[in-house]
Design a protein around this ligand. Structure first.
Ligand code: ATP
Ligand code: MG
Length: 419
């Protein structure tokens, strides 16, 4: 019986990978402009890192991790996200000893045991940014601006940037109390998970997916009314910077992150066209995270975006990433061993000059070679036969205009490079 790929994973075939590479190049180029450098951490980590760094009560840790024991009896987990690993690497490699802030980006596969569906996979790919070592509102605004810039460059339409502040542990205590007072009379009506959340983490009731809980939550107190002076000032500065860069946003007072290490800014970007899996990007500030995984208190802010959802959003609006894979040169051989050798030598010289070159391996007919040159979209063809080898020249043909000339082998490279 044939073996298929695991559920929720994808094979990316050459026509896909060309588009992925184009997106990756766009991201890497933007990172150069915005001053982020790449970090690559292991695909698996000590399970504890994610329990602490993602949060032991989150869906990711309770239901979605690929955790197993290795042959040494250690519990390891395929990374479900990359922020915890970036924090660990920041500490383990003492990056805090360098000039701060530290601005990092990552790109790669993440693993979550979720119900596979359109836009939701078990192995998916994230790109993300992290800025460690500054609590400045400009850092929050910068990463939001990056994400916004990216989606504009990709031409994704119908984007909504939702912004909120979740305060800090200090102001959250009063808010938590206010939420409990508000939800208490509705306790019987809330869904089972929210009845749990009521004691443990009432903020999370606000982002429950159930319609009933959302209905009850609609008039719940808003965190803005509870922010301390520091958090309120920070929130205002982030908004002012977004205004300055003409980045439109809506404040969503019920977009929360329930864990203590999330602080101040929270944001999400949604692309309307892709339906249920509409979140293309999410992030915010987590001034308590590095301490949570064992470091000295260090502020941090970051986001992660799903690369598959970029393609889903483009597809939903009938667009695609344009990639040109057209060939520069096809070399046709119309002769014996010597012509083949001359063709091989020329192909080698042209490729060293960074031209893309194809030729036939298998003594195909001249007609079949010409067909291949057309199919591959070759801009130029070079025809080498026995006579050409003798005279030291080859025929060079412009495939679009049909114009052709005979040139000495030694001049072909220069001629093609100039075209
Ligand atoms: P969702 O609400 O869609 O489950 P999330 O809150 O779990 O998203 P994050 O952990 O913030 O998402 O991850 C950031 C981004 O990664 C998401 O906005 C989304 O674009 C993408 N993403 C998350 N989970 C998946 C998945 N299983 N398959 C594909 N992309 C995903
Ligand atoms: Mg999720």
């Amino acid at each position: 019986m044939a073996i298929n790929r695991p559920r929720g994973t994808n094979d990316f075939l050459p026509e896909d990978t060309a588009k992925w590479q184009a997106v990756e190049e766009l991201l890497r180029g933007m990172c150069r402009s915005y001053g982020f450098q790449e970090i690559r951490t292991p695909i698996f980590e000590d399970t504890d890192l994610f329990c602490r760094g993602v949060g032991a009560t989150t869906d990711i840790v309770t239901k979605e991790m690929y955790t197993f024991e290795d042959h040494g009896g250690r519990s390891v987990t395929l990374r479900p996200e990359n922020t915890a690993s970036a924090c660990r690497a920041f500490l383990e490699n003492k990056l805090y000893g360098l000039v701060q802030p530290t601005k990092l980006y990552y790109i790669g596969p993440m693993f979550r045991y979720e119900k596979p569906q359109a836009g939701r996979f078990r192995q998916f790919h994230q790109f993300g940014l992290e800025i460690f070592g500054t609590s400045a509102p400009a850092a929050d605004a910068e990463i939001i601006a990056f994400a916004w810039d990216l989606y504009q460059r990709l031409g994704i339409q119908g984007l909504v940037l939702k912004l909120n502040s979740v305060g800090c542990p200090k102001c959250r205590a009063a808010y938590r109390k206010a939420l409990q007072d508000y939800f208490h009379p509705h306790l019987e009506t809330l869904c089972g998970s929210c009845r749990d959340r009521f004691e443990r983490n009432p903020l999370r009731i606000l982002d429950c997916k159930s319609e009933i809980c959302q209905g009850i939550g609609a008039d719940a107190p808003k965190i803005q009314d509870y922010l301390c002076e520091d958090c309120a000032g920070h929130f205002e500065k982030v908004q002012n910077l977004l205004h300055a860069a003409e980045i439109p946003f809506v404040i969503d007072p019920h977009m929360v992150r329930g864990l203590d290490y999330y602080t101040k800014t929270a944001f999400e970007i949604q692309a309307g066209a892709i339906g249920a899996q509409s979140a293309v990007c999410g992030g915010g500030r987590y001034d308590g995270l590095i301490q949570e995984i064992g470091g000295d208190p260090t502020p941090g802010v970051g986001f992660a975006l799903g690369i598959e959802r970029i393609f889903a959003a483009l597809q939903a609006q009938g667009d695609d990433i344009e990639v040109s894979q057209d060939l520069n040169v096809y070399i046709l051989v119309a002769g014996g061993v010597e012509a083949s050798a001359a063709a091989f030598r020329l192909a080698d010289q042209l490729r060293r000059a960074e031209l893309s070159v194809e030729m036939d391996y298998a003594d195909k007919s001249f007609k079949a070679q010409m067909k291949a040159a057309n199919r591959l979209g070759a801009a130029m063809a070079v025809i080498i036969g026995d006579d050409e080898v003798k005279s030291g020249c080859a025929t060079v043909k412009d495939m679009e205009s049909g114009e052709q000339c005979s040139l000495p082998f030694t001049e072909i490279k220069q001629y093609i490079l100039e075209r």
